[in-house]
Write a protein that binds this ligand. Sequence first.
Ligand SMILES: Cc1cc2nc3c(=O)[nH]c(=O)nc-3n(C[C@H](O)[C@H](O)[C@H](O)COP(=O)(O)O)c2cc1C
Length: 412
Amino acid sequence: MSEIQKAGTLQKLLKPCHDATVRRWTQRLDKCFTISDLKSLFEKRIPPVVGDYFLGGASDERTLRENEAAFERTRFAPNYGIRYDSIDTSTTVAGTKVSMPIIAAPVGSLRTVWPHGEAVAAKAVGEAGTICTLSTLTGTRLEEVRAASPHDCWFQLYLVGGQEVATKAIERAKKAGYTALVLTIDTPVAGLRYRDMRNGSSQAINGGLLQKMRFAPQMSRHLSWLTSYYHDGGLMDFPNIELPGGEPMPYADIGNQLQKAAVTWDDIQWIRDAWQGPIIVKGVHTLHDAQKAADVGAAAIVVSNHGGRQLDRVLPTLDALREIAPHMKDRNIDVLMDGGIRSGGDVAIAIARGAKAVLIGRAYTFGLGTAGHAGVSKAFSILRSELEHTMRQLGCASLAELDESYLRDSRV
Ligand SMILES: Cc1cc2nc3c(=O)[nH]c(=O)nc-3n(C[C@H](O)[C@H](O)[C@H](O)COP(=O)(O)O)c2cc1C
């Protein structure tokens, strides 16, 4: 029996284990009421050497903490004495109608937390009536992900492998039916992720048998993850980065490659020529870059610090949004934001502060890593119902009514 046949047999043998995982962890969602509940389950099911990649941020994680803290210190000023029969949470972003102002952000390596994680997430996000953004650095073919969603999807582009390789990805994304290209500008180098260095994740990926054995006790406490992971074929590669010979880029090569993969303002012209559709610039921290994105004709910007994973000590995105949004009103561009959104109340705050919609990264990843499709659906349904609840309490029937007048800075 060849190695490939053996691997295929193992995958088949583990299917009943994965099916049992789906049942057991879906049941646990019944006791989940908030994104923080989902996070606790994610931490139970995913071994730390894998989960830290999703939970962690850059350097000392100040910006990671402050992204959430900026929402924590914002208060509401509701107008009562109003009752609405229905609340409208729909909006239009870069030409696409969405049922709620919440879009799935590009998150790399989702396949390490759930089999075919990117396609599973895209299905649930699309069913919720909103857009899923696929990262370049993912383990499921972009065609499969696009086909899984009943709604529009965006493709996030890194220039890993150079212009020729990226052009191939753009052509594939266009053919598959992605409706916008997201260009992430805040990765001139990979962030300094000390958590990943401390937990030895690179040994877990690249090390020999002895080094890998170090993780055996941890894995033995996370068998439901382990069996699903091997049911899905083990360590993923990057099928959306096709190297010149047609091979996908191996997982282990990515650290070195990312350094050469940042999108610069000079790249936008050739990317636009190849794509010929809406472009969204993600990773905007300053008014300077927001204006530049508008000048090059972007359909939208995402005010984002990559979820605190790139440069530590940058402003929390809610504060950056406050600096940028008022100056972009007369430009023909949608202002989006992400970073630290953990509740529907946070979404309402971001909209009131001038965002047209938000992106969420960790919030839906917690759902995916807990229970796959049901977990992602749960994350979006929690955020939607909390947003509706907040809007009713504030006295706003539609997103257009949310503005700064409903916000106060906390004095505590
Ligand atoms: C584990 C992880 C991987 C990410 N991978 C990418 C990526 O490949 N491309 C990208 O543009 N942003 C990436 N991001 C950033 C997200 O798109 C988004 O900006 C961030 O998660 C928002 O913060 P939040 O997680 O607090 O919602 C990643 C974020 C996380 C947590």
